[in-house]
Design a binder for this molecule. Structure first.
Ligand code: ADP
Ligand code: MG
Length: 262
């Protein structure tokens, strides 16, 4: 590279906030010279590197903002433990197409069956694919909505949540909420209907949602809105925690296992 123009180039790239291009322009120029690249190829290589860096940083930012538990990811999800149909459903969610259709995902199963892990794993992959997901525990979300209602800023809070393509509500119905608490949750679901996806995990089947929403009418209205455009996943598997605990009890420790070298 022409060393005379280098300082001005570095300064210009800094002013344009292109740190990767700034950091790489000299090294890539050496490669370009060695390999007789065209000017366009040189420029394209630098632009590519800048774009990749930005994308990676953006995804890291969104992963942090998503509040998803990062240890519950696709790599640590044992798909073999899940029924074939569930594994297929989860895989098909990875494309994120359902977000474009504002469809919901409702995942049912007993405690410990891996609902949170499975949907967190899918959500993390979605964020890595440049989609915006926010993870919330139902109990905390409801408290936040209630506080907002008291301060007369429920509409603003719901609007803020609308920025997320998918709102993940973990453990719907796990803690018994008061009528007032369920009303704000219902308002949120009604506002989001056909506008943004909701991902829900619950250990209560629809038949018991009356307990969650306190009356049959509200429960039916909530179910109606959630189910209208949705993927329903039934995790009919036993508790992963329980299985692990049982295994630990029945299996001798690794050091005593036959064939172990100790
Ligand atoms: P649920 O939300 O249904 O109560 P979790 O997703 O919290 O269950 O799972 C309970 C524990 O078991 C977690 O530590 C989770 O990481 C683990 N777990 C459950 N299912 C799987 C699975 N298929 N692969 C790997 N870990 C799993
Ligand atoms: Mg859970």
């Amino acid at each position: 590279m022409n060393t005379e123009s280098l300082p001005a180039l570095l300064k210009g790239l800094e002013e344009l906030s292109l740190p990767t291009m700034r950091g790489q322009c000299e090294a890539v120029a050496r490669q370009a010279t060695a390999e007789s690249w065209s000017y366009a190829t040189y420029l394209l290589e630098l632009v590519d590197q800048e774009c990749q860096q930005r994308r990676q940083r953006r995804i890291e930012r969104w992963l942090k903002a998503s509040k998803l538990p990062l240890e519950k990811n696709w790599q640590t999800l044992d798909l073999k433990r899940l029924p074939l149909k569930v594994a297929q459903q989860l895989r098909s969610l990875l494309s994120g197409d359902f977000l474009d259709r504002q469809e919901n995902v409702l995942l049912f199963g007993p405690p410990g069956s891996g609902k949170t892990h499975a949907l967190c794993a899918v959500s993390q992959e979605l964020v890595r694919g440049d989609r915006r997901v926010l993870f919330t525990k139902c109990g905390l979300l409801v408290q936040e909505l209630l506080a907002a209602k008291r301060d007369l800023r429920l509409p603003a809070t719901i609007k803020r949540l609308a920025q997320w393509e998918a709102l993940f509500i973990d453990d719907l119905g796990y803690v018994q909420q008061s009528r007032e608490e369920m009303e704000v949750l219902f308002t949120l679901l009604a506002e989001r209907y056909e506008r943004g996806s909701v991902l829900v995990t619950s250990n209560l089947p629809f038949s018991k949602w009356e307990q969650i929403f306190k009356d049959a009418m509200t429960a039916a209205a909530a179910i109606d809105r959630l189910v209208h455009h949705s993927v329903i996943v039934e995790m009919n598997v036993s508790s992963y925690r329980m299985e692990k605990a049982k295994k630990a009890k029945t299996e001798p420790p690794a050091s005593e296992a036959p064939g172990s070298t100790g």
